[in-house]
Design a protein around this ligand. Structure first.
Ligand code: HEC
Ligand code: HEC
Length: 454
């Protein structure tokens, strides 16, 4: 759906830059050449003029080492929008039948993923791909697994709110009805008024989208043991094993870092000082090689959007932050731990399964996938359904083609065989690599009250 409702630009950028200039004047003794002598001597007048009734300059409170994200000019950050967006993220009234919210498929305790292979929308329809975690999405150069057209969070949000294939929140009702639903509950009138102070009718779809996007931009995660050791001077937070694992991850043997790079280990970090490289964001990591060509027809990757045969099987490199929490892995949730080790499933709960136990086994399978040089399917088309065993009849997931030319990807394959190819790995190296990946969990983020259901 096109975002025709998005054209409503506001004058905040002007206000915020003037305000920022004013704040800078107070906080430093620097001379700002374009201001006249009197104004330079009394910056408080400036502040008084423009601060009146305007949102404060937003305080990012970024973890050490993190750059300021890029923010669209027509939706600058404000604490008021973030506060409102938190309510709306968890608001079931924003679904067709008042039953689900963003928070129904994005759980804080799982770094805002949902622990399922595929998610279920309000009408029981399954999503095509696995729910992605939400943290540091402010830095994403593109949103979702394979839609290169979705640049901003504002654009992406039309998919869950209004998308019909599949229906997620199914909000196909008129704007007036949405207003009716929100007015009179949870102080929404006041919250919208504060977030959009100069508007006659602040409760609107555009403003709902702007607020939820601002809330999502505020969801920054960067306080894992790895971060504490790397950026916060607490070297002892990283075990020697995890440290060795990071070195292996960053080696030309494992090649992981070529794709999972940057501050988010995802190849896609867009911030105020950089522009991101777009093309290399999408890779075919040899998850399938159906009939020597690539992915099963149910999920072809970037080619579905671009039509370019070279993009078959291409998916956005996922972040590895909080990876211990976000199984099942891959765009179709096809790599996970055994059910009885999975604490998100009844079988695992009956068995006393733990997050770390499941992640350890599942990440081991991911590492096997890569060290085997990828997956070769010899038993026909795959369909992503809900039952793991039925969906993946050729289990175990890993078969080998590394070194075996009869099984090697064909000329039509788009696997990057320079990076995805069999490599030697010792049991200790595998343990170390898993320990490094487990060190990327930010325990503070998943209980941070600023992001919880209000
Ligand atoms: C029915 C489950 C469901 C609901 C409800 C839902 N999402 Fe999602 N979300 C998903 C799935 C599945 C994906 C992966 C999309 C894809 O690539 O096909 C996703 C992807 C995303 C992404 C992309 C993240 C990235 O790293 O690229 C963002 C952002 C997002 N959702 C935000 C939201 C917001 C905001 C809402 C509420 C307005 C919402 N979602 C509601 C299931 C859901
Ligand atoms: C050629 C680029 C590339 C290389 C090299 C690479 N990856 Fe990946 N990785 C990807 C892509 C793309 C995906 C998502 C694939 C999909 O869903 O179809 C992915 C998915 C993953 C996932 C699952 C993440 C999730 O949230 O579902 C993990 C874990 C992972 N990779 C770890 C590694 C490790 C460890 C290495 C090194 C041994 C590595 N990757 C090497 C591109 C790469």
């Amino acid at each position: 759906m096109k975002s025709s409702k998005e054209k409503n630009t506001s004058s905040y950028p002007l206000f915020s830059s003037v305000l920022l200039a004013a704040v800078l004047l107070i906080h430093c003794n620097c001379k700002i050449p374009f201001l006249s002598k009197e104004k330079e001597e009394n910056p408080f007048i400036l502040l008084g003029l423009f601060a009146l009734n305007q949102p404060q300059v937003y305080q990012w409170n970024l973890p050490p080492g993190f750059p300021v994200p890029r923010v669209p000019e027509d939706n600058p950050m404000s604490q008021e929008k973030v506060d409102l967006g938190r309510f709306l993220f968890y608001e079931e009234r924003l679904s067709g039948n008042n039953s689900k919210s963003c928070g129904s498929c994005h759980f804080q305790r799982l770094a805002f993923s949902d622990g399922k292979i595929l998610s279920t929308g309000i009408s029981g329809e399954k999503t095509t791909r696995n729910s992605q975690p939400l943290f540091n999405v402010a830095y994403n150069a593109r949103q979702t697994w394979n839609n290169i057209l979705l640049i901003s969070l504002e654009q992406q949000m039309h998919v869950p709110l209004f998308g019909e294939n599949p229906v997620e929140l199914g909000l196909s009702i008129r704007e007036e009805e949405i207003r009716e639903r929100l007015r009179g509950v949870k102080n929404y009138s006041e919250l919208f008024q504060k977030a959009f102070p100069n508007e006659a009718e602040p409760i609107s779809v555009t403003n709902i989208i702007k607020s939820i996007a601002s809330f999502q931009r505020s969801m920054i995660s960067g306080n894992s043991a790895f971060d504490k050791a790397t950026y916060q001077g607490q070297a002892s937070r990283l075990t020697p094993s995890a440290r060795r694992g990071f070195n292996f991850f960053s080696s030309e043997i494992a090649e992981c870092f070529h794709c999972h790079d940057g501050i988010n280990f995802n190849d896609s970090t867009f911030h105020s000082n950089t522009s991101a490289k777009i093309e290399p964001l999408y890779h075919n990591n040899a998850l399938y090689n159906v009939a020597g060509t690539g992915n099963p027809s149910s999920n072809l990757g970037l080619i579905e959007v671009t039509g370019n045969p070279a993009h078959r099987g291409g998916f956005k490199t996922p972040s590895l932050r909080n990876i211990a929490l976000t199984f099942p892995y891959m765009h179709d949730g096809s790599i996970s731990c055994d059910d009885n080790l999975n604490p998100n499933l009844p079988a695992g709960q009956a068995n006393g399964a733990t997050i770390n136990g499941c992640a350890t086994q599942a990440l081991g399978k991911v590492i096997d996938h890569y060290s085997n040089g990828g997956f070769n399917s010899t038993c026909g088309a795959f369909t992503s359904g809900d039952t793991r065993n039925a969906s993946f009849p050729c289990s175990p997931h890993i078969t080998e083609y590394g070194g075996n030319s009869a099984l090697a990807p064909s000329a039509q394959s788009t696997v990057d065989t320079g990076l995805i190819r069999r490599f030697p790995i010792q049991p200790q190296e595998k343990t170390d690599l898993i320990n490094f990946l487990l060190s990327l969990t930010d325990e503070e983020f998943i209980v941070d009250p600023r992001f919880s259901r209000p």
